[in-house]
Design a protein around this ligand. Structure first.
Ligand code: ZN
Length: 123
C-alpha cells in the first residue's frame, strides 16, 4: 500500500502488534484467535489463512448440518471481523470481542435456529 501512496498506519487495528495482512487479521491476530476459541470452543493456532482454510475443510468439509453450521459461523466471523476493522479505521467505533462474538452467534441462530446452533457443541 505504501507503493500506492498510502500514508496511514499499516498496523493491525486490533492489536497493533503486526502489519495488517490477511494472514495476520484472519489467522494470527490475538483478537481473531480469541474469537475462534469463544465461537468454536477450539484453541487451534493458525499461522496463515491457508492453514486455517485447510483446518476448515478437514473439520467442516462435509455436508452434514454440523459442518454447515461450522462453515456459516466461520463466514460470519470473517465478515464481522472485517466490518469491525473498517468501523475502527474509518469511523473510530470499537466493539469488543464478546460483542463481536454475540453478533456472529445471533446471525447463526437466525439462519439455523437456536436448537441447531446449540447442537453444534454436542460431542
Ligand atoms: Zn492483530
Amino acid at each position: 500500500m505504501r507503493k500506492w501512496g498510502f500514508n496511514g498506519s499499516l498496523g493491525c487495528v486490533f492489536c497493533s502488534c503486526s502489519l495488517e495482512t490477511s494472514d495476520h487479521l484472519f489467522a494470527e491476530c490475538l483478537l481473531y484467535r480469541n474469537m475462534i476459541q469463544k465461537l468454536f470452543g477450539r484453541s487451534e493456532v493458525f499461522t496463515s489463512l491457508n492453514s486455517e482454510l485447510g483446518w476448515m475443510q478437514q473439520v467442516f468439509g462435509s455436508q452434514n448440518v454440523k459442518s454447515q453450521v461450522g462453515r456459516a459461523m466461520w463466514h460470519s466471523l470473517i465478515t464481522v471481523v472485517w466490518r469491525e476493522r473498517c468501523n475502527r479505521v474509518y469511523l473510530g467505533n470499537c466493539k469488543d470481542c464478546d460483542v463481536m462474538c454475540k453478533v456472529v452467534r445471533e446471525e447463526i441462530i437466525g439462519l439455523f435456529g437456536r436448537n441447531i446452533y446449540e447442537s453444534f457443541f454436542d460431542t
